[in-house]
Design a protein around this ligand. Structure first.
Ligand SMILES: C[S@@+](CC[C@H](N)C(=O)[O-])C[C@H]1O[C@@H](n2cnc3c(N)ncnc32)[C@H](O)[C@@H]1O
Length: 258
């Protein structure tokens, strides 16, 4: 049974700032009761009754703050190894931006990342995270989020009609969760309940491969089958994932910057 998204906005400044985005959210339904909360300068998403661990985009503290300070470089982060190859400052279209974690890691390592996200609630969470990042006291976070990350109005790469030509298109669609353990954190469960499964992932990958960008990277859980194996150039494997690198059909494998 679908549930209408509820919205609570005690922070009038945020409600004013995002009035256009909020007006686009009426009619959104989710698979469990969820509440979008605009409070104390942050937009977050919480379960209907349980308000602990709401989901919000945090480029300043949390996991990403830790990874910015202590994380690996271009050669040790799987997503960067796959998306950069030998390129030092690629332009990357993140076609499934989600909560912007991969985009932030890529931008922190020198990429210019254009973010595409079709879910309007997730897009609002991202927009708010970017605003807080750009207002942060930490100069590096301000630099990464303002010079390195741009949230596009187009909901997906296939709807983009701007002038920028990416070096790499990166896709990380939602797959079904296999582990039902406590490892799947509550905040990820809320995100799953909002977004559901990206059942059209093969279609999206095919449309991007048909557009023949220089390089396309698809992140998969380790157990998932690789799609379009005939176009694969390399695979970067990490503990739980595979980053499948596809070459451009017309430019050939050497052009992927591997
Ligand atoms: C697994 S999450 C991505 C997580 C992201 N890589 C991160 O680091 O936070 C997948 C996201 O892609 C979005 N998405 C899936 N298919 C899409 C499409 N065709 N166009 C735009 N966004 C899409 C979903 O709405 C969801 O927010």
């Amino acid at each position: 049974m679908p549930f209408p998204l509820s919205i609570e906005a005690p922070d009038g400044v945020l409600a004013g700032l995002y009035s256009r985005e909020l007006s686009e959210l009426s009619g959104i339904e989710t698979s469990s009761p969820l509440t979008l909360i605009l409070a104390s300068g942050v937009v977050s998403l919480a379960g209907g009754s349980v308000r602990e661990n709401p989901v919000f985009v945090d480029f300043v503290g949390g996991t990403l703050g830790f990874r910015r300070v202590y994380g690996g470089g271009r050669h040790s982060e799987g997503v960067a190894r796959a998306c950069f190859g030998r390129m030092k400052a690629p332009v990357i279209f993140d076609g499934t931006a989600g909560l912007g974690r991969d985009a932030f890691i890529l931008a922190a390592l020198g990429a210019r990342v254009h973010l595409f996200e079709r879910n309007p609630v997730v897009r609002l969470l991202l927009r708010d995270g970017l605003r807080r990042g750009r207002d942060s006291d930490i100069p590096e976070v301000r630099e990464i989020t303002s010079a390195g990350m741009r949230l596009e109005e187009a909901p997906s790469v296939t709807a983009y009609n701007g002038d920028v030509i990416p070096d790499t298109v990166y896709l990380d669609p939602m797959y079904p969760e296999r582990k039902k353990s406590a490892l799947v954190k509550k905040e990820m469960r809320i995100f799953h309940e909002l977004v559901g499964q990206d059942q059209d992932r093969e279609e999206y990958l095919k449309a991007v491969l048909d557009a023949d960008y220089r390089k396309t990277v698809m992140k998969l859980p380790k157990w998932a089958d690789i799609m379009h194996p005939e176009r694969v150039n390399t695979v970067v494997a990490t503990k739980n994932h595979r980053f499948v690198v596809y070459a451009s059909r017309s430019q050939g494998k050497s052009e992927t910057g591997e």
